[in-house]
Design a protein around this ligand. Structure first.
Ligand code: TYM
Length: 330
């Protein structure tokens, strides 16, 4: 079976609806057809200064949410990035193949530094660590949301460059970005993506928040001054976002929703979307809280998953070290 891999940063107390619909829902489905590896990108999270206790708590919290969503760790390892030291080790080798200009052109780095902020070198080399995450596992596909596309492109470039220089040694991965849910927008500013770092409190649905709070946020989502419920991202970004959220959560195709809401008011769309959301998230939330009640069990899952991931990672790193000419220890 082909391998796939993906990860999320533990940078919040809850995953948000974009993480869930853009990535996690697909992770769960893909387990049936692929040898899947899912990890918590705690090393990436260090690029944002965080209280150490909080980071540790959020790392468990993120892993628990993968499992609560339906990732089965007996089939698909759920591990913590820093538990597998080969990630930063491969990153170093890839750094030496990355040009300074190439790294400077990454939009995420440009966006974050454009806003003033004191950028650290970790933020600059972030995509190279991400490339290492992926290439260590010979991943055929990487299920992510649309915002990660550029990172996957540099990963492919680095793999191809490595293969050219050192003879084929790394698998060149394909992005796996499904249209539905690939970009969930901010509820208050529907032309911007829902984002941990940029969305306002009202613009973002945190899955672990009180259901009534999330229902309220859907009901106060920004729409437009028309009255027609139609999917048109360009002219009706707010309404289109609600239709997309409803569609992915309820499994109803958008054209069918448009028929269903024909002649109805925005209020109807909001109430129904809020209901669909609350129903979908309730079991997820309950399961997450249950998993967090037994941190020792969760830590055991993370440890055995890291062992399994580490075996694959060690083989790839040994192959890479050998190709580039590092002398193997005896
Ligand atoms: P992160 O933690 O920002 O996001 C996790 C996943 O959620 C998706 N996502 C969205 N999808 C749809 N709409 C949105 N508004 C939205 N916001 C976020 C992201 O596309 C992602 O799939 N760099 C990665 C973490 C990472 C990684 C990796 C991913 C590190 N190494 C290796 C894949 C493979 C990140 O910051 O994701």
């Amino acid at each position: 079976r082909q391998r796939i891999l993906s990860g999320m940063q533990p940078t919040n107390d809850s995953l948000h609806l974009g993480n869930y619909l853009g990535a996690l829902v697909n992770w769960v489905k893909l387990q049936d057809d692929f040898d899947a590896y899912y990890f918590v990108a705690d090393l990436h999270a260090l690029t944002v200064p965080t209280d150490p206790k909080l980071l540790r708590a959020r790392t468990r919290l993120t892993a628990a949410q993968y499992i609560a969503a339906g990732v089965d760790p007996t089939r698909s390892p759920v591990f913590v990035q820093s538990h597998v030291p080969e990630h930063p080790q491969l990153m170093w080798v890839l750094s030496c193949l990355t040009s300074y200009g190439e790294a400077s052109r990454m939009t995420q780095f440009k966006d974050k530094t454009a806003k003033g902020g004191n950028a650290n070198v970790g933020l600059f080399t972030y995509p190279i660590l991400m490339a290492a995450d992926i290439l260590l596992y010979d991943a055929a596909y990487v299920p992510v949301g649309e915002d990660q596309r550029q990172h996957l492109e540099i990963t492919r470039d680095l793999a191809e460059r490595f293969n050219q220089r050192f003879k084929k040694a790394l698998r060149v991965p394909e992005p796996y970005i499904v249209k539905e849910g690939a970009k969930i927008m901010d509820l208050q500013e529907p032309t911007q993506k829902m984002s941990k770092s940029q969305s306002s409190e009202l613009g973002m649905i945190n899955l672990l928040d009180e259901p009534s709070r999330n229902a309220k946020k859907i009901k106060s989502a920004v729409t437009d001054s028309e009255t027609v419920i139609r999917y048109d991202v360009e002219n009706k970004p707010g309404v289109s976002n609600l239709l997309m959220i409803h569609s992915v959560l309820s499994g109803t195709p958008i054209p069918q929703l448009e028929d269903h809401f024909a002649g109805k008011q925005y209020g109807h769309l909001k109430v129904e979307t809020a209901d669909v959301l609350v129903d979908a998230v309730a079991p997820f939330r309950a399961r997450t809280l249950e998993l967090l009640d037994d941190p020792a069990e969760l830590d055991r899952i993370l440890a055995s998953s890291a062992d399994r991931a580490g075996e694959v990672a060690a083989r790839t790193l040994a192959r890479v070290y050998d190709k580039v000419g590092l002398l193997a220890p005896v």
